[in-house]
Design a protein around this ligand. Structure first.
Ligand SMILES: NC(=O)c1ccc[n+]([C@@H]2O[C@H](COP(=O)([O-])OP(=O)(O)OC[C@H]3O[C@@H](n4cnc5c(N)ncnc54)[C@H](O)[C@@H]3O)[C@@H](O)[C@H]2O)c1
Length: 253
C-alpha cells in the first residue's frame, strides 16, 4: 500500500519562507517532491541559500521577493510564480510579524502594520491564488495562525486579533470553496524557536510564560512544518476549515 504523502508534480507557494517556520515548511514540502516558491521580503541571501539547499538535494525551488501586505506586490508575486513554476497547487500563508506593546501605547500605525502583515496578507494572497485553484477544481491552502489567536495575551492585542482573524477567514473560505474541491485549513502553533520567539532575547518573565505549557519547551520549526505537510497532502482530504494545534498542550479545545 502506498502512503499518499508525495507532492510530486505540485507547486507550493510559501510566504515569508526565508526563515523560521516558513523555511522549515518549504524544505519539507520540497523533500516531499513539491516545486517550491520561496517568498521573502528583503532576505534575498537567506532565500537563495534555501533554494540552493533544496536544489542541491535534487529538489526544485525558486525565490521571489514580495511584500505580501501590499496588493500590487502580491499580484506580481503570483504572476511570476505561475510563469516560473506553473499553477499553484498548495498555498501556505506563513509570513508574519510580532510586536509587544501595552495596548494604550498602540498607535494606528502599529495596528495597521500588524493587521496588514498578519491578516490582510492572507486575504490578498488567497484572492490572487484561489481563481487558479477554482479553474482547476483543486487546491490546498494552509494558513498559519497562532495559539495566541485563541488564548489572547496581554500586550499583544493586535497580533492576537490578527491571528483570531486568520482563523475566522480560514473557516469562511473553507466553507465557500469546499464545493470547488479546495481544502482550506489553519495551524495554530504554540511557541516555536525562531527569530520571532527566542528564549535568549526574552526577559525571565516571558521565558517563564512561554514555557508554562504542559510540554515545557519551544517547538522546533520542523515540528510545525510536519502539520503543514499533513494538511497539504491527501492524508488530510476530509479536513475542511480546521485549526490544527501543534502547541505542546497550550490549548486543549
Ligand atoms: N514562533 C512562534 O512562536 C510562532 C507561534 C505561532 C505562530 N507563529 C507564526 O508563524 C509564522 C512564521 O513565524 P516564525 O516564528 O517562523 O518567525 P520568522 O520571523 O522567522 O518568520 C516570519 C517571516 O515572515 C517574513 N515577513 C514578514 N513580513 C512580511 C511581508 N510583509 N511580506 C513577506 N514576508 C514577510 C519575515 O521576513 C520572516 O521571514 C508567523 O505567521 C507567526 O505569526 C509563530
Amino acid at each position: 500500500m502506498n502512503v499518499p504523502i508525495s507532492l510530486q508534480g505540485q507547486t507550493a507557494l510559501v510566504t515569508g519562507a526565508a526563515t523560521g517556520i516558513g523555511r522549515a515548511t518549504a524544505l519539507l514540502l520540497a523533500q516531499a517532491g513539491a516545486r517550491v516558491v520561496v517568498n521573502h521580503l528583503h532576505q534575498s541571501q537567506a532565500a537563495q541559500a534555501l533554494v540552493d539547499e533544496i536544489t542541491t538535494a535534487g529538489g526544485q525551488a525558486l525565490a521571489l521577493s514580495a511584500d505580501v501586505s501590499r496588493a500590487v506586490d502580491v499580484e506580481r508575486l503570483v504572476r511570476e510564480a505561475n510563469e516560473a513554476a506553473g499553477p499553484i497547487h498548495i498555498l501556505v500563508n506563513n509570513a508574519g510579524i510580532l510586536q509587544e506593546k501595552p495596548f494604550l501605547d498602540t498607535s494606528e500605525e502599529d495596528w495597521d502594520r500588524m493587521l496588514g502583515t498578519d491578516l490582510k496578507s492572507v486575504f490578498l494572497v488567497c484572492r490572487a491564488v484561489l481563481p487558479g485553484m477554482v479553474a482547476r477544481g483543486s487546491g490546498v491552502v494552509v494558513n498559519i495562525a497562532s495559539d495566541l489567536g485563541i488564548l489572547g495575551r496581554e500586550r499583544y492585542a493586535p497580533y492576537c486579533a490578527a491571528k483570531a482573524g486568520v482563523i475566522g477567514l480560514t473557516r469562511s473560505l473553507a466553507r465557500e470553496f469546499a464545493p470547488q474541491q479546495i481544502r482550506i485549513n489553519a495551524i495554530a502553533p504554540g511557541p516555536v524557536a525562531t527569530a520571532m520567539v527566542s528564549l535568549e532575547h526574552m526577559s525571565p518573565e516571558w521565558v517563564e510564560k512561554e514555557l508554562a505549557i504542559p510540554q515545557h519547551r519551544l517547538a522546533d520549526p520542523a515540528e510545525i512544518a510536519a502539520s503543514v505537510l499533513f494538511l497539504a497532502s491527501d492524508l488530510s482530504r476530509f479536513y475542511c476549515g480546521q485549526v490544527l494545534g501543534p502547541n505542546g498542550g497550550s490549548v486543549m479545545p
